[in-house]
Design a protein around this ligand. Structure first.
Ligand SMILES: NC(=O)C1=CN([C@@H]2O[C@H](COP(=O)(O)OP(=O)(O)OC[C@H]3O[C@@H](n4cnc5c(N)ncnc54)[C@H](O)[C@@H]3O)[C@@H](O)[C@H]2O)[C@@H](O)CC1
Ligand SMILES: [K+]
Length: 486
C-alpha cells in the first residue's frame, strides 16, 4: 500500500523547479547515501562548465581563461573544470591547506600534478597584492574568459574578503570591457555581474541572473525523494551559547488507566533530543513515571477528558511542541478532549498527533493545519480519509516497511528499519523523536528525520543483537544515529 501511495503522490505533487541551497545540500548528501560519491557529481559539473566555455571559445577565439576558486566545493568544481579545459590559469583564493572538502582537495591534487606540463597554471592568491596583480593582468587584456568558482550554495551572509574585492574589481573590469566574459559556476558569487550562470540540477532560490543554464550532473530523481543522512545533516545545530530549554521543550499528552507505557516511551525518546520533556497524564500513569528527567503533570480521572482542555491549553503555552495521543484510549471522554484541545490551542502550536488521537478526531469538521504532523499506520491512515486530490497542509507520516512522508508540497520515502520493529512501542518512540526534532526544526524535515533515526536505530540493533531487541534498546540507540550523521 505504501509504495502505491508513494507513486500516486509523486504524480500529484508538483516537482519543484527552484530549490533552496538547503534543499540542494540535502539532495547532494542523499546522493552519497544512495552510493553516488560527490566527487562524481563534481566531475560532471566540471565537464558541463568546460563544455560551455568551449562553446564560448567558438565565438571569442582562443582567449586566456582565468578560474577563480574558493576553498569549498564550488572551488572544487572550478578545479575539475580546469582539468577538462586543459589550458587555463587557476587562482585559489586562500591557502591550499584551507581547502575544506575531500572532493575539492583531490581535484586540486590532480591539478598540481599537471602543472609541470605547462598548460595549467595555479596561483595562490591569499594576500591583497597577489589578488590585485591577477586582476590587473585581466584588466589589460582585450578578451578573456573568467570563471567564478568562488562561492556556491554554501554562501552565507555578506561577502567577506578576499571575495568582496575580487567581485567588486571584476564588475569594474566588465563595465569597461564587455569582451571579458564572466561565467558563474552554480551560483553568482555575491553581486557579481556574470554573463551567464551554469547551475546544476535545478535553479537555486539564490540565483539572481536570468541568463542561466540548468545542467544535469547525474543526480537521479530518487535523491530528491529518499530520506537519507542528507536530511539529518540539515537539522538545526545546537548553539554552543544556548541556555537550558533553548534546545527544545516537548510536552507529551497521553496515557490512561489502561495504557501507561506509550506516553513514557514517547517522552523518553523525545528526551534524547530536546532539553525539557514533560508528560501530562492521569494519576495511574504519573505514579509509574520514576525517571527523574521527566517532568509530570497529574490529571484527574481515568482518561484525559474534556475537563482537562483548559488546563492543558494553558500548560501547552510553555512548550515548543506537543506530542498527543499515545495510550489515550478511544472513548467519548478522549474524543471530547482531543477535538476540543486541537480546536482551542494556539493556531501556530506545533503538534505531533499519534495513535488514539488520530482515531478520535472528528475529520468532518477538522482543520488540517500546517503545524500538525500525523503519524498513522495503515488502518489509522484509512480512518483519516485523506483526500488525495486536495492534499492537506499538515504533514503525514504513513508508517510501514517504507514510511511515506508527505504534505501538500512534498513527498519522501524512508527505507530504514526492519521487521524487528514490529514490536509494540516503536510507534510511540517515532512520534517522540519527531516531537523532539520538531521543537526546533520545520515539520517536514522533522518527520523525515524522525523516520530515518528510528529505523536506523533498529538497523544498528539488528546487526548487534539480531531481532532480539526492545523499544528501550531503540531509545538508547538514538544518540548513536545522531552522532553518526548529525
Ligand atoms: N555537495 C555536492 O555534492 C556537490 C556540490 N557542488 C558544488 O559545491 C557547491 C557547494 O559547496 P560548499 O557547500 O562547499 O560551499 P561553497 O563552495 O559555496 O563555499 C562554502 C565556504 O565558503 C565560505 N563562505 C560562506 N559564505 C561566505 C561569505 N559570505 N563570504 C566569504 N566566504 C564565505 C565558508 O567558509 C564555506 O565553508 C555548489 O554550489 C556546487 O558548485 C558540485 O560539486 C556538485 C556536487
Ligand atoms: K560561483
Amino acid at each position: 500500500m505504501n509504495l502505491k501511495l508513494f507513486k500516486i503522490l509523486t504524480k500529484k505533487i508538483k516537482e519543484k523547479e527552484i530549490i533552496s541551497p538547503k534543499e540542494m545540500e540535502i539532495i547532494d548528501n542523499n546522493c552519497e547515501y544512495l552510493g553516488i560519491p560527490k566527487i562524481l557529481l563534481m566531475e560532471n559539473a566540471g565537464k558541463c562548465v568546460s563544455d560551455e566555455i568551449d562553446n564560448l571559445r567558438v565565438e571569442l577565439g582562443d582567449v586566456p581563461i582565468f578560474i577563480f576558486c574558493g576553498t569549498g566545493n564550488n572551488g572544487g568544481d572550478g578545479f575539475a573544470t580546469a582539468r577538462h579545459l586543459g589550458k587555463c590559469k587557476v587562482i585559489l583564493l586562500g591557502k591550499e591547506e584551507n581547502i575544506k572538502t575531500y572532493e575539492a582537495r583531490e581535484n586540486f591534487k590532480i591539478l598540481k600534478n599537471l602543472t609541470e606540463f605547462g598548460n595549467i597554471e595555479i596561483k595562490n592568491a591569499t594576500y591583497p597584492n597577489e589578488i590585485l596583480e591577477i586582476l590587473n593582468e585581466i584588466e589589460n587584456l582585450d578578451k578573456a574568459i573568467v570563471v567564478d568558482a568562488m562561492l556556491g550554495t554554501g554562501i552565507r551572509g555578506e561577502l567577506r574578503e578576499p571575495y568582496g574585492t575580487v567581485v567588486e574589481k571584476l564588475n569594474k573590469i566588465k563595465r569597461k570591457n564587455d569582451n571579458i566574459k564572466i561565467i558563474s559556476v552554480d551560483v553568482e558569487t555575491g553581486n557579481l555581474n556574470a554573463d551567464k550562470v551554469i547551475t546544476f540540477h535545478k535553479r537555486k532560490t539564490i540565483n539572481k541572473l536570468n541568463n542561466l543554464i540548468v545542467k544535469p550532473i547525474g543526480i537521479p530523481k530518487e535523491a530528491e525523494y529518499v530520506v537519507g543522512w542528507g536530511d539529518l545533516k540539515a537539522l538545526s545545530k545546537r548553539d554552543p551559547n544556548s541556555h537550558k530549554g533553548e534546545n527544545g521543550k516537548v510536552l507529551v499528552i497521553g496515557g490512561s488507566k489502561e495504557f501507561f507505557g506509550a506516553p513514557i516511551l514517547a517522552g523518553l525518546a523525545a528526551l534524547k533530543l530536546a532539553d525539557i520533556v514533560s508528560i501530562a497524564s492521569v494519576k495511574d500513569v504519573v505514579k509509574k513515571i520514576t525517571n527523574p528527567e521527566l517532568i509530570t503533570y497529574k490529571l484527574k480521572g481515568d482518561y484525559i477528558g474534556e475537563k482537562c482542555i483548559d488546563k492543558l491549553i494553558e500548560i501547552s503555552k510553555k512548550y515548543d511542541c506537543i506530542v498527543l495521543g499515545n495510550g489515550l484510549g478511544v472513548n467519548e471522554e478522549t474524543k471530547g478532549f482531543v477535538n476540543g484541545f486541537l480546536e482551542g490551542i494556539d493556531k501556530d502550536k506545533k503538534v505531533v498527533i499519534d495513535a488514539d488521537a488520530i482515531k478520535v478526531i472528528d475529520y468532518e469538521k477538522f482543520e488540517f493545519r500546517e503545524n500538525f504532523i500525523f503519524t498513522p499506520h495503515r488502518r489509522e491512515f484509512e480512518y483519516m480519509g485523506v483526500n488525495l486530490d486536495n492534499l492537506p497542509s499538515s504533514t503525514i507520516v504513513l508508517k510501514g516497511k517504507y514510511d511515506i512522508i508527505f504534505n501538500k508540497n512534498n513527498v519522501k520515502i524512508n527505507k530504514t528499519g526492519n521487521s524487528g520493529m514490529t514490536i509494540g512501542g516503536t510507534g510511540d518512540i517515532l512520534c517522540g523523536i519527531i516531537g523532539g526534532l520538531y521543537a526546533k526544526n520545520e515539520a517536514f524535515l522533522s518527520a523525515c528525520c524522525g523516520c530515518f533515526i528510528n529505523g536506523y536505530a533498529g538497523d544498528l540493533l539488528l546487526k548487534e543483537k539480531g531481532y532480539y531487541y526492545t523499544p528501550m534498546d531503540i531509545i538508547e540507540k538514538i544518540p548513536h544515529v545522531l552522532k553518526l550523521f548529525g
